[in-house]
Design a protein around this ligand. Structure first.
Ligand SMILES: Cc1cc2nc3c(=O)[nH]c(=O)nc-3n(C[C@H](O)[C@H](O)[C@H](O)COP(=O)(O)OP(=O)(O)OC[C@H]3O[C@@H](n4cnc5c(N)ncnc54)[C@H](O)[C@@H]3O)c2cc1C
Length: 441
């Protein structure tokens, strides 16, 4: 089933030209469109289904610096400020709050890892607080259990996945940008060795710059133009429980189960990292590059089924621009939930917090997390297709860093000093074997 999601109006007419066309209306495409529109550029955002309906509404809503890989941390830190600024300057509500994130553990190795990260965090001025057993028991008193320790990240927070991308799309339209839902980009046109237009199912938009923020669909789109973008999608299951009378912490992570307060007072429950890998020809093609990532995470991964093949997002076929494409056949990737994981997650939540029994399971959904081999997104202009900027592969972190990533992509497009050093994200690294260091978390 789809995750709850606010609706946004569609701009009636497709423009014939734009300064920039954004392909994909997830959180990344929306924030990119927002920062470009703020600079006075004429932006058209095309989305094959509904704004935010794929990963960007299916996630937990965490906006964290805690445990971030060094390559992504600067973007995470900037993003937290930008989430706040966005609401203040646009008047649109994303539900962002710096509520702090609480992690509890009885595992010495896990605690040691968090402590190591804490030492690194201090060198870059990020606040994080290791908790003693007493402090962990106090902060985690709702569990009624002893803990060996934990960590609290006071400046991190959450935003509401059911509202955020639609709120940003709304802000784009207020600034004069156009938003086209039910409008798949089938491909691009080239003239004089650079991009000259985006062909959509509703017509062609002339432009010199397109940003491909297509989430799990990006690699198959790239393949049409001979661009190698190693990408794999992991299917993860999440459930939501109803609001209740008892006071639970806004966010709590344990290895067994994680819980996050939703905008309506209910909670999202999930098991961190748990997922299914649906075999596809694309996965086979990039499998050697993903070995280090899967080796690190295999304990939480199980083989999936044929769903990934049927969905078409990892298809190997070439498509034509004058006929419906796989993107039009699958408007919204809404993969099947893993029922065993739903039962296990709920049971673990009850074991962790007995008061959870007063809350009913109201929904369960799944989402494909699109990942790169090193767990760091691909952001930057594609050398072989001047004018095409890739912005995908957010590897399970893209919601929280959405504002920073959107700002950075807008900086790259407009040729101004980037918000953060853009080099760690450049897609050039995918042209080699991409055996880069896999992100720790
Ligand atoms: C279960 C789960 C939990 C997660 N938890 C967190 C979390 O707590 N914190 C966090 O930071 N991240 C989290 N993530 C990851 C986060 O949701 C993603 O990294 C982020 O939403 C990616 O945004 P996106 O815009 O790149 O992709 P998406 O949200 O997937 O959007 C891509 C959009 O592009 C559209 N599209 C694709 N191709 C075309 C085309 N050719 N033409 C037109 N439209 C096209 C699609 O329809 C889609 O709407 C989680 C993800 C999942 C699934």
């Amino acid at each position: 089933m789809p995750a709850p999601l606010a609706t946004v109006e569609t701009t009636p007419d497709l423009p014939t030209h734009a300064d920039v066309v954004i392909i994909g209306g997830g959180i990344i495409g929306c924030f990119t469109a927002y920062y470009l529109s703020k600079r006075g550029l004429k932006v058209a955002l095309v989305e094959k289904g509904r704004i935010g309906a794929e990963q960007s509404s299916r996630n937990w809503g965490w906006c964290r610096q805690q445990n971030r890989d060094a390559r992504e941390l600067p973007l995470a830190t900037k993003s937290l400020d930008l989430w706040e600024q966005f609401t203040a300057e646009s008047g649109e509500e994303t539900g962002f709050k710096r509520c702090g994130l609480l992690y509890l553990s009885n595992n010495e190795a896990e605690l040691a890892g968090w402590a190591r990260w804490g030492e690194f965090a201090r060198t870059v001025d990020v606040k994080t607080q290791m908790l003693t057993a007493e402090e962990a028991a106090q902060r985690g008193r709702v569990t009624g259990k002893p803990w060996k320790g934990g960590v609290f990240s006071p400046t991190d927070g959450t935003a509401d996945p059911s509202r955020a991308a639609p709120a940003v799309a709304q802000a784009v339209m207020k600034l004069g940008g156009s938003v086209h839902q039910g409008c798949a980009a089938r491909g691009i046109e080239m003239e004089g060795g650079r991009l000259s237009g985006v062909v959509t199912e509703k017509g062609t938009i002339r432009t010199r710059i397109a940003v491909l923020a297509g989430g799990a669909w990006a690699s198959s789109f790239c393949r049409q133009y001979g661009i190698r973008f190693p990408q794999a999608a992991i299917r993860q299951t999440v459930l939501a429980v109803s609001p209740g009378a008892n006071e639970l912490p806004p966010v709590l992570h344990t290895t067994a189960v994680s819980m996050t307060r939703r905008g309506n007072g209910g909670y999202t429950l999930a098991i961190s990292g748990r997922g299914r890998v649906d075999p596809t020809l694309q996965l086979l093609r990039f499998s050697t590059q993903f070995l280090p990532m899967f080796q690190r995470r295999w304990r939480n991964l199980a083989p999936g089924g044929l769903e990934g093949m049927r969905s078409g997002h990892e298809g190997m076929s070439r498509w034509r621009l004058d006929q419906p494409t796989p993107m039009e056949r699958m408007r919204i990737l809404d993969p099947a939930v893993d029922k065993a994981v739903v039962r296990l997650t709920y049971q673990r939540a009850l074991d962790l917090i007995p008061a959870m029994k007063d809350r009913e399971v109201t929904a369960a959904w799944a989402g494909y997390v699109d990942s790169t081999p090193d767990g760091v997104p691909g952001i930057g202009e594609i050398a072989s297709v001047p004018g095409l900027v890739l912005a995908a592969g957010f590897s399970g972190h893209g919601f929280g860093i959405g504002p920073g990533a959107g700002h950075l992509i807008a900086d790259i497009v407009s040729g101004v000093t980037p918000l953060v050093d853009a080099r760690p994200y450049h897609p050039d690294r995918f042209r080699s074997s991409a055996w880069g260091k896999v992100a720790e978390f």
